[in-house]
Ligand binder design. Structure first.
Ligand code: ADP
Ligand code: MG
Length: 473
């Protein structure tokens, strides 16, 4: 929806017909970003870009801050340009400029905030970078009020609330972990909102592990590591989201470890989220691992049917929509993977009903969500694939993530990557992450290699076919 709205705005603000067509190319290329770069990259970075102009061969794209511009420049620009050129050959270069007047498009969670309140706008929080304050958004919906509590998340919720409410440090760190889309980020933002409201004098810093890493590397490069350290060590509450991205990155981990210790020694609160528990996170130094387990480790389990129904009812109410209970029950029953997907499904049926001007019924729901439901019925997870393939080749599941390169391990790993690509909706970067944080090009290479072997080697092909059927059966 946001994508569409943004496109429309871009189109209407363009001058003349030449501008129109380039804005259109930009819009259609941005549609492919989730598949090419992964959902996270889009959510955190790429969704903030806006088409601006096309001047003598250069497509001008605006980013809201210098920080975002630089990151996109160094991580995505080359690939974006080649995608654009595939569509329109007269695009010779991509000019990324900074235009703070453009609002950040999607309701993107803040990447980094400190708790200095700005009175006029509740959703804006400040972020310090090289001593410069940059505004950044915190998702207004992610509050405790909007968080539905059930058996699977009650511990995490209680711990988060406790940390938010108490002025002394309750447990340090608070480590929240659980699968994708189960509410970790929501809870962290809720803590930030709560502290901002009740203790505006406390400095809260929330950022993704990726951003922490980026800032650290940048500080190293520009030799202002001292101010980097000072900034981080002067906060009251430090939150690092998606910590799994730091594992395996030794020097960042080392720096985080020192920051962490400094904060804990000064009795400041540290909150960390990850997709696995400290003991299951790979590529983590032993002392870091044990240190992370010192406070409270709270896991969020997969949702139960009751919780899913509760969440749907709450969301339907927020949307101000009367949706038949039968429909909500059906969704809660059918879409069990994660809350994000559940929300997406609800939004889709509501949008559809509004568009065609009809009531929401069980029939229309099934019709609108046909593809999603089918995908859910035969969903295989990457974890399942890794487990099955390891069993089949008699290697350890841990080797799916390890750095070992011997053929007896590397080949099954490639096969598992290939199967993940064809049997799950995960993008290449997402798959790479699941395999010990490998790059998406490694996954692509694996997929190509397996495809080659399938053609060349009949026994191999039969083997893969067997695995595939076992996984889908
Ligand atoms: P994670 O960070 O664990 O991947 P998020 O916090 O981004 O997950 O949650 C995904 C979506 O699901 C968000 O829109 C969030 O508001 C919603 N959500 C998750 N759990 C709940 C819950 N218990 N109650 C209400 N909304 C939830
Ligand atoms: Mg998250």
């Amino acid at each position: 929806m946001t994508q569409l709205a943004q496109t429309f705005e871009d189109l209407t603000s363009s001058e003349g017909s030449a501008g129109f067509s380039h804005a259109f190319v930009w819009a259609s290329v941005s549609e492919t970003f989730p598949t090419v770069f992964g959902e996270n990259a889009v959510k955190n970075w790429l969704s903030k870009l806006h088409y601006q102009d096309f001047i003598s061969g250069r497509l001008v794209i605006a980013a809201p801050t210098r920080f975002i511009r630089d990151w996109i420049q160094s991580h995505f620009a080359t690939k974006i340009l080649s995608l654009l050129q595939e569509q329109k050959r007269d695009i010779l270069a991509l000019d990324l400029i900074v235009d703070p007047s453009k609002p950040t498009a999607a309701p993107v969670p803040a990447n980094a905030i400190t708790g200095t309140p700005t009175p006029d706008d509740g959703a804006r929080l400040e972020f310090l970078e090289d001593g410069i304050v940059i505004s950044s958004r915190l998702e207004p919906k992610y509050t405790f009020e909007n968080f539905v509590v059930g058996k699977s998340n009650e511990l995490a919720h209680a711990a988060a609330l406790k940390v938010a409410e108490s002025s002394s440090v309750a447990f340090n760190p608070l480590f929240l972990y659980g699968g994708v889309g189960l509410g970790k980020t929501h809870l962290m933002h809720a803590i930030a909102w709560h502290i901002r409201k009740c203790h505006p004098e406390r400095k809260v810093l929330y950022l993704s592990a990726e951003k922490f890493m980026y800032l650290f590397v940048k500080a190293l490069r520009f030799k202002n590591i001292m101010s980097f350290k000072e900034q981080f060590r002067s906060v009251d509450v430090l939150m690092i989201d998606d910590f799994q991205f730091i594992s395996g990155k030794e020097s960042t981990q080392e720096e985080f470890f020192h920051t962490f210790n400094a904060l804990v020694d000064q009795n400041r609160q540290v909150i960390i989220s990850a997709d696995k528990s400290p003991s299951d996170l790979e590529g983590l130094e032993e002392r870091m691992r044990s240190r992370l387990g010192w406070g409270l480790v709270a896991d969020i389990h997969p949702t139960t049917y009751e919780l899913r129904l509760g969440i749907l009812q709450a969301k339907a109410e927020q949307l101000g929509k009367d949706i038949p209970l039968k429909v909500l029950e059906f969704l809660a029953h059918k879409i069990s993977s994660n809350v994000r997907e559940l929300e997406g499904a609800l939004n889709r049926i509501v949008a559809h009903a509004m568009l065609v001007g009809r009531e929401i019924t069980l029939e229309s729901t099934m019709e609108v969500l046909r593809d999603l439901l089918r995908a859910n019925d035969r969903r295989v997870s990457i974890d399942d694939i890794q487990k099955k393939v390891s069993e089949h080749f008699n290697i350890k599941t841990a080797d799916m993530h390890s750095a070992k390169r011997s053929r007896s391990i590397a080949r099954p790993r490639q096969i598992a990557m290939y199967l993940s690509k064809i049997l799950t909706p995960a993008s290449l970067p997402e798959i790479g992450r699941k395999f010990g944080g490998r790059d998406h090009t490694t996954v692509l290479h694996a997929v190509k290699k397996v495809e080659e072997l399938l053609v060349q080697d009949l026994t191999f092909a039969e083997d893969i076919d067997l695995l595939k059927r076992m996984l889908q059966g």
